[in-house]
Design a protein around this ligand. Structure first.
Ligand code: PGA
Length: 257
């Protein structure tokens, strides 16, 4: 049985202490009470340590939104995995907003390095993959997304591969209010995400690895995704910035918990 995991990606929001801390303090008790589901907050770097401290006595995880793959060096403005390991357990990588050429231009090669660096420091990677609208409409989703997976996980040991969390996020669904249907997300995660992983690492790893859906997930639609057998949770952007995030996580928890 895979344990569900909901991660809130704050992006470039709530990055001041006077915004982040009141918000975290307002939700942490209720969020901590929920059983049977991992929940992770991924704030901007500026408040990462403070949020981690505010959550220290809870079971709520903390994640960063990016990392550099080197341990140290002349990399102005970058943050190393060792620095992150001081205050968090998770790190997002390969988000489409960072892969986009208008964004940071993060390449498959960079994502591959980041993933290894995170694992080497005991951080759990949340690896984002997903096709854009043109690729989706041209029927290229399988080819594109599976190549992202093959590149990122290439040559890992099965043990390391299994430690990763994968977030399938179709780009056209991010921040648009137009989520994929649970059935479509389920089909793509089964065939296009777990399929290549099974070929690379065997069926046991493909069955064990946790795969989230991301893209316009909110408290109203989360249950539909969680009802799908291949989907183990969500990477949540906009809806993680509001107190309603607690309700979203509650609805992602197994009903028996
Ligand atoms: P959204 O963002 O929930 O606001 O669509 C998801 C993401 O980018 O991870």
């Amino acid at each position: 049985m895979r344990r569900p995991i909901i991660a809130g990606n704050w992006k470039m929001h709530l990055g001041r202490l006077d915004e982040a801390l009141p918000f975290v303090r307002s939700i942490r008790h209720a969020l901590n009470e929920i059983e049977g589901v991992d929940r992770v907050l991924c704030p901007p770097y500026t408040v990462l340590a403070a949020v981690a401290e505010a959550l220290a006595a809870t079971k709520i995880g903390v994640g960063a939104q990016n990392l550099h793959w080197e341990d140290r060096g002349a990399h102005t403005g970058e943050i190393s995995p060792g620095m992150l390991a001081e205050c968090c357990q998770f790190v997002i990588m390969g988000h489409s907003e960072r892969r986009a050429s208008g964004g940071e231009g993060e390449t498959d090669k960079a994502v591959q390095r980041k993933l290894r660096a995170a694992l080497a420091h005991g951080l759990t990677p949340i690896l984002c993959i997903g096709e854009n609208l043109a690729q989706n409409e041209a029927g290229q989703t399988h080819e594109f997304v599976s190549s992202q997976i093959r590149s990122a996980l290439n040559d890992l040991s099965p043990d390391d591969a299994q430690k990763c969390v994968i977030a399938y996020e179709p780009i056209w669904a991010i921040g648009t209010g137009k989520a994929a249907t649970p059935a479509d997300a389920n089909r793509i995660i089964g065939l296009t995400v777990r399929g290549p992983i099974a070929e690379m690492f065997g069926g046991t790893v493909a069955e064990a690895i946790r795969v989230q859906y991301g893209g316009s997930v909110n408290a109203d639609n989360i249950a539909g995704f969680m009802a799908m057998p291949e989907i183990d949770g969500a990477l949540v952007g906009g809806a993680s910035l509001k107190p309603d995030f607690v309700e979203l996580v509650r609805r992602a928890a197994p009903t028996t918990a």
